[in-house]
Ligand binder design. Structure first.
Ligand code: 2YJ
Length: 274
């Protein structure tokens, strides 16, 4: 995931209810239900109220992002976790999290955003959690993915994790990356049975002509015009910024999930409880 910027996260606390309402409209699932299902927590209902979450600001690298810790706090609190932002950042914040008896520490530097269960030592990363959450969202919007072709655009860590999650859901894959060698590398890393369910080497236009199910994990901005998208397109788009151009985003808004932090964070928190 590209480094977030303040404008992408500042409104999350005040818009979280509205976000959840829209998510329910589009997927039939609330954030809590979606994250619970995507995390694989199974039938045991998660009990967030019993697990305090410490959000630890991290000043390493390019430093803190205005509104980032507040956004994580708002997401955790919305899901029912007793959440707090540590008074001190970094190592002192981690000590504070332990001393406050927090179950989960949430923190991110410029390379990794992780949730760590301080009691069980289970650590979960944002890429895998985001891939799982947006795959579940796509599956809900599409009414299932088994045997259906999904185009994965952008094969960085998030797109690669998405490809794995989609294969697990039984989808067939069309892989696309501007760096074409990434398609071949990902194909090669898959088991033989899975390779038979994967298509590579198409242009973006050819790929979009073959399926209406799209997972946009690319960091490219506005390179997909409305005219390139098939009728009935359904798009899960955790990639930042959005690959669809503004007209396309408007046209497909009812079948488009695109947000910077909510779904991934929610899945990380539930995965950390397993
Ligand atoms: O605590 C803070 O405010 C900052 N240290 C947050 C940094 C947030 N990190 C990012 O946006 C990185 N892109 C995280 C990479 C996650 C990999 N998926």
């Amino acid at each position: 995931m590209t480094r977030l910027i303040a404008e992408q996260v500042l409104m999350i606390p005040e818009k979280i209810k509205e976000f959840d309402r829209e998510l329910i409209e589009k997927t039939g699932c609330s954030l809590k239900e979606l994250a619970s299902e995507a995390s694989g927590i199974g039938s045991a209902p998660p009990k967030p109220a019993a697990h305090p979450v410490a959000v630890i600001p991290v000043t390493a690298g390019q430093g803190t992002i205005k509104g980032f810790s507040e956004a994580l706090h708002a997401i955790a609190a919305y899901l029912g976790f007793p959440a707090f932002i540590t008074a001190a950042p970094d190592v002192s914040g981690l000590v504070e999290a332990y001393q406050s008896d927090a179950t989960i520490a949430l923190m991110a530097d410029d390379h990794l955003y992780a949730a760590i269960n301080l009691k069980t030592r289970r650590a979960t990363g944002n890429d895998e959690a985001t891939a799982k959450g947006f795959t579940t969202a796509l599956q809900k919007m599409a009414g299932g993915l088994k045997g259906k072709a999904v185009l994965v655009i952008g094969l960085g860590p998030l797109g690669t994790a998405a490809a794995q999650a989609l294969l697990q859901e039984g989808a067939d894959l069309i892989l696309y990356d501007l760096l074409r060698e990434k398609e071949a590398a990902l194909l090669k890393s898959c088991a033989t049975a899975e390779q038979q369910r994967i298509t590579t080497g198409l242009t973006l236009e050819q790929a979009l002509a073959r399926t209406h199910l799209i997972f946009d994990a690319s960091p490219g901005e506005a390179f997909i015009p409305a005219a390139m998208l098939p009728t009935g397109a359904i798009i899960s788009a955790p990639g930042l910024p959005l690959g669809l151009d503004p007209t396309a985003a408007q046209k497909f808004t009812d079948h488009l999930i695109h947000e910077p932090l909510q779904i991934g964070t929610a899945v990380m928190l539930f995965q950390a409880l397993i």
